[in-house]
Design a protein around this ligand. Structure first.
Ligand code: ASP
Length: 358
């Protein structure tokens, strides 16, 4: 990829102590209205003009921009590989990383990077905005400035938040626990099953107990293989046999995220269970994830989920669909042993689910 690199010359009076790498991928934060009135991404050089304060920070900032900034609805596997590679390549040079990204798929990207960057010991903070930075009431400045601060914050010389996060609307969330829940208001993200890692007000109040601790001597490893032969089947009352059958028959398909009701319940009609059994027997990995944002899958709690457990559907516990889809893509490409894929799907890899999974 042909990145554009911009180094900001800071005007800070004191000696610069911190360095942050911003990866600009696109998103509303850096969009402007085109002639037809639609929002389209523009180049980072123009964004800098909108935040002159950046130059006054006591932080040395480098920006690597995607050659063509994108609406995050266009994110693909190669973009994830690029983001992870940029962080891996520049890991030793910077205290932390800020990824400017559209909100639409931010939770997917943050989840995927949490798996691809194994042994991460520095902050990777995803942020963006609901309103373009050029708008008076934009949330972009606050989101970016606080993300930069979080990216350089240390305690006893160690990064306070050494994990992949999303910072948005005064709240820092674990990336692979987040979900976009709002498309109009500023509070775009939630993490129903895991506490916020920090809240920003006059100070940034860190929830140390929830943050993954820094581990001395951990080596960063980067994975660049992903496999997208997966699909999400969202159950709804009235779903037909034909639909499920066609999904299962799909050529090359390897994994299904089954979005079930409540605590992991599905119809108990024989045709449905037979098809699920067929899918498992065929070698497809089927992971049961709840349609509810909060709570968890407990297979066996109701009769309507007991059978799923019996036929070998795996429980996603309290994982989000975003974290589950990306985890499946990651494991399919990086774990050769089928039983290990099954074991890892029901076990936390990067804090994306709670330990209890049944
Ligand atoms: N469509 C935009 C994107 O995800 C929305 C946003 O940035 O908030 O790129």
């Amino acid at each position: 990829m042909n990145y554009k690199i911009v180094r900001l010359n800071t005007t800070a009076k004191t000696e610069i102590e911190h360095a942050v790498l911003i990866i600009y991928t696109g998103g509303t934060l850096g969009m402007a209205y085109d002639a037809q009135g639609a929002l389209v991404p523009f180049n980072f050089g123009q964004i800098l003009e909108k935040i002159p304060n950046l130059n006054n920070l006591n932080i040395s900032i480098t920006v690597i921009s995607f050659p063509e900034p994108i609406d995050s609805s266009n994110i693909n596997l190669q973009h994830w590989v690029d983001m992870a590679y940029i962080i891996y390549e520049n890991y030793d040079t910077y205290d932390g990383f800020v990824v400017l990204h559209g909100t639409d798929t931010m939770a997917y990207s943050a989840s995927m990077l949490s798996y691809m960057l194994k042994g991460l010991n520095k902050p990777v903070i995803f942020t963006g905005a609901q309103l373009p930075i050029s708008e008076m009431r934009s949330d972009a400045r606050e989101n970016l400035m606080t993300s930069l601060e979080i990216a350089i914050t240390k305690a006893n010389g160690k990064p306070v938040v050494p994990e992949v996060c999303i910072f948005f609307n005064h709240t820092l969330l674990r990336g692979n626990r987040s979900k976009k829940v709002q498309s109009v208001h500023f509070d775009a993200f939630e993490s129903e099953n895991y506490p916020a890692l920090a809240e920003s007000g006059i100070i940034i109040d860190y929830n140390y107990a929830a943050i993954r601790p820094h581990e001395e001597g951990k080596q960063l490893r980067y994975f660049n293989q992903l496999d997208n032969q997966v699909m999400v089947i969202k159950l709804f009352p009235g779903i037909t046999q034909n639909v499920i059958e066609s999904c299962i028959k799909m050529k090359r398909l390897k994994g299904i995220i089954l979005e079930t009701y409540g605590s992991g319940n599905s119809p108990s009609e024989p045709w449905f269970l037979n098809l699920m059994e067929k899918a498992v027997e065929k070698g497809l990995f089927v992971l049961n994830v709840s349609q509810c944002n909060g709570g968890r899958v407990i297979q066996g709690r109701y009769q309507t989920s007991k059978d799923l457990k019996r036929i070998g559907v795996l429980s996603g516990g309290d994982i989000t669909t975003e974290a589950a889809v990306t985890k499946m893509m990651f494991l399919l490409a990086n774990e050769p042993d089928e039983n290990e894929i099954k074991r890892k799907l029901i076990t936390p890899l990067a804090g994306e689910m709670s330990v209890l999974s049944q």
